[in-house]
Design a protein around this ligand. Structure first.
Ligand code: BES
Ligand code: MG
Ligand code: ZN
Length: 500
């Protein structure tokens, strides 16, 4: 049903028909190749800008139909703002802006991939291409009818005209793997919970085998044997059995200590016996956003053949209330041996992660672990939807995450961990309880997780606000955002592939 958008690279000299996209800065300056390609129409841009009050502001557009003096039928000018202030995230955004303007047009689209004052590097052109694809993503596989007036679906092809086609193609090849990873994560989050239950989720993660990722699946029996009472307690109220999937990409040196990513994969969270109110409960199909990110990330890393040894582990359960469901008051024993009193069955994510974190720490002894989880509503109260909550026992890891957060636009904000919060999760009957009350709800959740990392350098990203339902952006119009894939791919690229 949806338009398929394809991107490719062509030489700058290629004459453009269809729609032409060019860039202008806040002084309405055009690049050299752009000026040449526009010829007489360059003056038209100035005139149209004055009429249309276009000032070249970063991300603004000027749309000129049937421009005189060029072969193109439509000319779209994208403002870059001040040339010296253009950031990497702006290039993604420009791609998103142009895809948003032109997505429905079935014409061929040529983008003169040149900034007003400089050439566009291969990486910059690849970022624009990625922005186009991220924006064009649609999840409409369950729609059988078109809306009135909707055009027939077709393929829109976007050609980026660049100075060095081979270099741009090379840069885009690895970016494309990352974009596809984001798409996989978005698809998983958007899928309905009757389709995507733990076993089906595990099957989809298994598709990574095609890229050379090794897959190990733990079923309920295996988890029982390992003593994963915390995870299994959550799963026991569901007719859909739980799974853990451990994915492994060995792109680094043989024997080199791996790094590990761990995802909360609650395929549906009713709250269990502490059942949630009906309003917006359907959103809880997205309570596997952490696991979705880990699968998307593994796809990205394997797809671009990252030079790192990486483990991805996801805990897949459905949190349901039934005759066999876990009760408030139950005490479960985690794989670590620590006992947990269940106060609220809706605080299930930490129970799932407790066993997966411990398992990965003990079995794989990673250099670090990063978990992602749609863990608490409280993180949305604290940070809204623009930053994920970051908790870490390791300052270097936290700083690196903040840095790549800025670079990719998938931002994080560090929150505190401290023994002071421990008293909030002390239990009168067991080693701890699974909730710490209303105050500092995201912090007590993180403090709980920390008890299961066994001293491993670790970071926890609470992505309840960023993984789903966040306001749409120039590069994401989807409910499931795929948050975290670009962030963590960059973390690996910049710090763990022997570059720095
Ligand atoms: N999956 C929810 C957190 C959540 C809420 C994610 C809204 C995305 C949007 C989690 O399992 C949960 O229910 N947390 C409870 C914890 C509480 C019972 C201590 C919460 O945040 O209310
Ligand atoms: Mg819950
Ligand atoms: Zn949950």
């Amino acid at each position: 049903m949806s338009d398929t958008v394809k991107v490719g690279f062509v030489p700058l000299s290629q004459a453009a028909r269809g729609t032409l996209v060019v860039f202008a800065d806040d002084a309405l300056k055009l690049g050299k190749a752009t000026t040449k390609a526009l010829g007489a129409a360059a003056a038209l841009v100035k005139r149209a800008a004055a009429t249309g009050k276009f000032k070249g502001k970063n991300g603004s557009t000027l749309d000129i139909l049937a421009p005189e003096g060029v072969k193109a039928d439509r000319l779209l000018v994208i403002g870059t703002g001040k040339a010296e202030e253009i950031k990497e995230t702006d290039l993604l955004k420009f791609g998103g802006v142009l895809a948003g303007k032109l997505g429905a047009s079935a014409d061929a689209i040529t983008v003169i991939a040149e900034l007003p004052s400089t050439d566009m590097t291969a990486e910059q052109a690849a970022s624009v291409a990625s922005g186009v694809l991220l924006r064009a993503y649609k999840f409409d596989r369950y729609k059988t009818k078109k809306k009135d007036g909707e055009e027939k679906a077709g393929t829109v092809s976007v050609s980026l005209a660049v100075g060095d086609v081979a270099a741009a193609k090379k840069a885009f090849a690895s970016d494309n793997a990352v974009v596809n990873g984001v798409v996989i994560a978005r698809d998983l989050v958007n899928e309905p919970p009757n389709v995507l239950f733990p076993v089906e989720f595990a099957r989809r993660a298994g598709e990574l085998k095609k890229l050379g990722v090794t897959i190990e699946v733990l079923d309920v029996k295996a988890m029982q044997k390992l003593g994963m009472g915390a995870l299994l307690g959550v799963a026991q109220g569901s007719a859909n059995p739980a799974r853990i999937v451990v994915m492994r990409w060995n792109g680094g040196k043989k024997g080199e200590q791996p790094i590990a990513f761990i995802g909360k994969g609650v395929t549906f969270d009713t709250g269990g016996i502490s059942i949630k109110p009906a309003g917006s409960m359907e959103d809880m199909k997205g309570d596997m956003g952490g696991a979705a990110c880990v699968v998307g990330l593994m796809h990205a890393l394997a797809g671009r053949k990252a030079k790192a040894n990486v483990i991805g582990a996801i805990g897949l359960v459905e949190n349901m209330p039934d005759g066999n469901a876990q009760r408030p008051g139950d005490i479960v024993t985690s794989m670590s041996g620590q006992t947990i009193e269940i106060i609220n069955t809706d605080a299930e994510g930490r129970l799932v992660l407790a066993d997966v974190l411990w398992y990965v720490a003990k079995k794989h002894k990673p250099a670090f672990m990063i978990d992602l989880a749609t863990l608490t509503g409280a993180i949305m109260v604290a940070l809204g939807t623009d930053h994920a909550g970051l908790f870490s026992n390791n300052d270097e890891l936290a700083t690196r995450l903040a840095t790549v957060g800025q670079a990719t636009g998938e931002r994080v904000w560090r929150m505190p961990l401290s023994p002071d919060y421990d008293k909030l999760i002390d239990s009168q009957f067991a080693d701890m309880k699974n909730t710490g009350g209303r105050y500092g709800g995201s912090i007590t959740a993180a403090q709980f997780l920390q008890r299961f990392v066994d001293g491993t350098p670790w970071a926890h990203l609470d992505i309840a606000g960023t993984a789903m339902g966040a306001p749409k952006t120039e590069i994401n119009q989807s409910w499931g955002s795929g948050y975290g894939v670009r962030l963590l791919d960059r973390l690996v690229a910049d710090y763990y592939e022997g570059k720095k």
